[in-house]
Design a protein around this ligand. Structure first.
Ligand SMILES: *Cc1c(COP(=O)(O)O)cnc(C)c1O
Length: 222
């Protein structure tokens, strides 16, 4: 067994059955992804559009491609035909463009709303008020080719486990609240994407259904 295969089988053995492992393969060559695929891995996460499109064209067609990076509206068209789930959606503008491309491709594209839960400041991710404003907007109700299937977030980059835990628990409580919003299709609102190589056990404890693990599978990136 290669070390990638070993890492995957060790990780899968440690995850509860209901948690899906997304192998984050950004900046890794297709050979590394193929090794993970041969070890049974089917869900892959990428951050960059061009890289994702190039890899998708070469690798097996039964891979589920997750886009986990920051998505610009003008790039949605490149992944709309095949993307399995878009994790980082944080604006109505982006939802409208995903809807438009979903319509063009005759499909309903599943997305997660990204929340800002960490203490580091960044321009990405919603807070609760912004999310409610988005869901209450009458335009949102008209988007038939995009489906909000849950939430995504990233904890602070810190050794303080307590803090990471409370940030994940905060996202889990937001998930429960937003699931009840009248504009949300609660039956399909089922995913909580949180946890990376350094903190996925804490995320699972807090209720993650999708964990996004890169370096613990493929080794460090440069
Ligand atoms: C890179 C990345 C990951 C994976 O990070 P690791 O620490 O390598 O596991 C997960 N989520 C997002 C959004 C990322 O950009």
């Amino acid at each position: 067994m290669t070390s990638i295969a070993q890492n995957i089988s060790k990780l899968k053995g440690s995850l509860p059955e209901e948690v899906t492992l997304i192998a984050v393969s950004k900046k890794k060559p297709v050979e590394a992804l193929q090794e993970a695929y041969d070890a049974g891995q089917r869900a892959f996460g990428e951050n960059y559009i061009q890289e994702l499109v190039d890899k998708q064209a070469i690798l097996p067609t039964d891979i589920e491609w997750h886009f986990i990076g920051h998505l610009q509206s003008n790039k949605v068209k490149y992944i709309a035909p095949f993307v399995h789930l878009i994790h980082g959606v944080d604006s109505l503008k982006l939802l409208k463009e995903i809807n438009k491309q979903g319509l063009k491709n005759d499909r309903i594209i599943p997305v997660l709303l990204q929340f800002h839960i960490a203490e580091e400041s960044t321009k990405f991710g919603l807070n609760q008020d912004e999310c409610e404003a988005l869901l209450n907007n009458e335009v949102f109700a008209q988007l038939e080719n995009v489906k909000v299937c849950g939430l995504m977030g990233m904890a602070s980059f810190t050794d303080d486990k307590q803090q990471v835990q409370s940030e994940f628990e905060h996202l889990a409580s937001l998930f429960k609240k937003i699931k009840l919003h009248p504009s949300i299709d609660s039956e399909h609102f089922q995913h909580l994407s949180m946890g990376m190589s350094g903190d996925y056990p804490i995320a699972i404890e807090a209720g993650a259904t999708l964990v996004r693990v890169g370096s613990a599978i493929f080794g460090a990136r440069n």
